[in-house]
Write a protein that binds this ligand. Sequence first.
Ligand SMILES: *Cc1c(COP(=O)(O)O)cnc(C)c1O
Length: 542
Amino acid sequence: MLLDDRDALPPERGTAEAVGRFGRPGELVRKLFERDGESPDVEAGIAACIERFLGSARVSSELDYEVLAAHFQGSEIPAGWGTVTPYLERLQGSVLEHSINTSSPSYMGHMTSALPSFMRQLSRLVTALNQNVVKVETAKAFTPYEREAVAMVHRRVFGCDDAFYADHVQDRASTLGMVTSGGTVANLTALWIARNTALGPDGAFPGVERAGLAAALAHRGARRGVVIGSALMHYSLEKGADLLGIGTDALIRVPVDRDGRVRAAEVERTLAACRERGDLVIAMVGVAGTTDTGAIDPLVELAALAREAGIHFHVDAAWAGPTLFSSRHRHKLAGIERADSVTIDGHKQLYLPMGIGMLALREPRAARVIEKQAQYIIRTDSPDLGRRSLEGSRPGVALYLHAALHIIGASGYAWLLDEGIRKAAWMAGRLRACPEFELLAEPQTNIVNYRYVPPLLRDKARQCGLSRDEQAAIGQLNQRLQERQKADGTTFVSRTTLRHTVHGDDLPIVSLRAVLANPLTTEGHIDRMLELQTQIAASLMA
Ligand SMILES: *Cc1c(COP(=O)(O)O)cnc(C)c1O
């Protein structure tokens, strides 16, 4: 339950009562910084919190969000307690109990899933070291260490030869990629590099970096700069287009087929139309694993079109990039090795803690177009990673990546990825065999899209003969089903709206969406979840 008895807590620092009981504020705060300042109580308290959280059979609490929000109305900063334990007690009741157990095997709705348990220990190390990888003077070994981890990802994506890596892994003039806080910053960085490359210095013209977008486009005689990609591009690319002055209207979304893959012929037509209109194409984006269904664009065709047109080809493989570990499924990403830049999220299918993504760059000098210097740090020709990254101060989270690549390893990741895809295929088979459900898209990777269909409409649904009204009614039922299931709190799948299915093009279909990434999720968990959904649907229709 929500803890609300502030009176039960020790008095705050600075009050006469606190000084009497605990000592002066300065002594208390100083103690917080001492090496052994962390008492065994705190350690035991944290361990108990973790045990309670991860050991819970529930996915989420029953408490309504609005009730929770009403509990967090504070705006005044407390004087301070000077100790951790009372804070932990508050935390347990008001936050931890009402957080989402993303590592539960019955939580199969989003791209956030379980972590290997060693990550919890490693995260203590990252905090204890508190390295700032913006520059060597605050990180030292973490700089070549991060570069090595990035090189391993680069090799998995682009597969260059030994001589290439011998030259570039530690060459400070080269950047094989950058570690970011996530896929959003990686995608933004890719567009930034593409923009600065497409509109670089030219004779006396200093380039977009210095002159700005309007002057750069005018210099090139272009009406506007555009980015071309699938209709299902992630919204982070909109943020990128917005921030870089390209504008979200200039993010051209090309229609997809019924498998959610961009139509390459349409991309080709769009390229020609841009040329005719006098639009400068800054980049082409291929998606490897759409957020909705996990669909992978035809990367070979897109790469060929981009190369022929001489434009930057970015692949957003934030989700499905790690499929490259699977010898059985990596062919689905064929063409990715011809991309100029590739986004991969660490905190999705590399099973790293939240807060790590990366951008891999095929051409080691590509990032020079975004390079910045500062006199006090980040000097010219220094190996400082902050020279060529959007973010400044950054934690040493490459430790998670480097460790996982060694501990889980290539064959471990292959197993993880294969398992998810195998279970998605199993679930798809199950849904096909259950009259209650309709599989809405053949899973290309480990995301399953489906919906519940009420008994009276099942025949019509099978024959694709549902009217618009009937589709809307089924959609409403599935929306309520998903909400009821979420409130029940023992299992979870997410919900999305698909626009291209067997039922038609540009016809919105509400879809339940299962993401099968947790290796501890079994067929039994999936079956029990489907059973619960059937029960909920029956009670909603009653
Ligand atoms: C998750 C995701 C992103 C954004 O990544 P964040 O880590 O959430 O910033 C971008 N593109 C795709 C395809 C994704 O799945």
